[in-house]
Design a protein around this ligand. Structure first.
Ligand SMILES: [Zn+2]
Length: 412
């Protein structure tokens, strides 16, 4: 009797698992988003960072729209190909991810910081906007095709230094001026510590266990207590200009929670300052203290040599790491070793990368241990957040075909 019961239970569990998997099978087009599910798509473009988030009630968010204005042999090819610019590919990807919605729109766009690989840089041959004195690249290209509910960045409205003084910033500010004056675009400064700046805007009552916590920007870092923050940098009047925080240090960071599922995105914050730098150039350590353990995390600064310090890796200890990568310096060997180190935290973990450069594979032979090294990476979190899967989606065409499925991974 016991045996029969056990067998029935097992069969039932297998059936449930099969039903849960049925939507996403390798070699088929990725299934559309469904209400209650949290989807996080890390887009592979070969030109920078971009991710689209579909919250459980259908609220949408784009985090960055990178479009590097030029390519070097250090970069991987454009994905899917060079027939369009990255901003346009991102729009088309988002439209497909939102195909359940007859009027696709981005409720939020977050620019993590002011670098071309996150916002788009105006190449000389980038098309001019039909109206307004700016070029279409990255985020300005996205705004041309998709309605934006609210744009968040780290420095609105006054853009006080430290701020880049370059053509990318001039183009972005010309875009903001025209869009706010003529199209009513809403812009806000990303406010660290808050958990009510990015909210579910379609059916919040239905999903009370969802939270978007702003963790850091401009060196102002959440303490992990209430909405309290602390300024991590010293008064800049007392700091020699050469040691002023660089743009990556000013990046936004956030934690997203859905039931037991937690996710971290620290954009390009560094944690391993170059030799001779002040200790406060390490932004990862105070950020990790506030965030704590998560199920999945973006690898900071694409896995470059100044990122992923031991404390951050040991504190976040995710089951899944996602690296947004297109450059031969992403990741570097020591970062890769830390991600895999079971001395820093025990247990298995899978590392997924959007597009590893062949030279990086040559330098770091153990990169063949990556769970995936090419393709869009989709975290699909089940309703309620108890478990998640990772789907790899072909980035060499617009087939949106799932090439690999990982998980389910239980949330802790
Ligand atoms: Zn970057």
């Amino acid at each position: 009797m016991m045996k029969a019961n056990w067998f029935l239970t097992f069969s039932w569990m297998a059936l449930v698992a099969a039903a849960a998997c049925a939507d996403d099978i390798a070699e088929q087009e990725i299934a559309p988003w469904q209400p209650g599910t949290l989807d996080i798509h890390q887009i592979s473009s070969g030109r920078g960072n971009a991710a689209v988030y579909l919250f459980p009630d259908g609220t949408t968010m784009l985090v960055d729209a990178g479009e590097l204005p030029s390519k070097t042999p250090r970069h991987t090819p454009d994905r899917p190909d060079s027939s369009r610019r990255a901003g346009e590919w991102i729009v088309r990807y988002v439209q497909h991810a939102l195909r359940h919605d007859p009027q696709p729109a981005l409720d939020y766009v977050l620019l993590t910081h002011f670098h071309e690989d996150h916002m788009g840089g105006p190449a000389d041959d980038a098309p001019a906007a039909p109206a307004g004195a700016y070029r279409l690249t990255g985020v300005t290209r996205v705004a041309e095709s998709l309605p934006i509910g609210k744009l968040l960045d780290r420095a609105w409205p006054d853009y006080q230094p430290p701020i880049p003084d370059n053509s990318t910033m001039k183009n972005y500010r010309a875009f903001l001026k025209w869009q706010t004056e003529n199209k009513g675009l809403k812009v806000e400064r990303f406010l660290p510590g808050r958990n009510d700046q990015v909210v579910l805007c379609r059916d919040p009552q239905k999903y009370p266990h969802f939270e978007f916590r702003n963790v850091a920007a401009n060196g102002e870092i959440w303490t992990g207590v209430g909405n309290v923050t602390r300024q991590h940098f010293p008064d800049l009047d007392s700091v020699p200009r050469g040691q002023w925080p660089h743009e990556n240090m000013l990046s936004t960071a956030f934690r997203l929670s859905y039931g037991k599922f937690d996710y971290f995105n620290g954009a390009d914050i560094p944690g391993v300052p170059p030799e001779g730098s002040p200790v406060w150039h390490d932004v990862e350590t105070p950020v990790a203290k506030a965030v704590g353990p998560v199920e999945a995390a973006i690898v900071d600064h694409h896995g470059y040599l100044d990122s992923q310090n031991e404390f951050l890796v040991a504190t976040l200890r995710p089951r899944a790491w996602v690296i947004s990568v297109w450059d031969s310096g992403h990741p570097t060997a020591r970062v890769w070793n830390r991600l895999r180190s079971t001395h820093l935290y025990p247990g298995p973990r899978d590392v997924f990368a959007t597009d590893v450069h062949p030279a990086t594979n040559l330098v770091i032979s153990s990169l063949d241990k990556l769970a995936s090294s090419h393709g869009h990476i989709v975290l699909r979190v089940s309703p309620g957040g108890d478990e998640f899967r990772v789907l790899i989606v072909d980035d060499t065409s617009e087939s949106h075909k799932v090439t690999k499925v990982f998980g389910p991974y239980p949330s802790r």
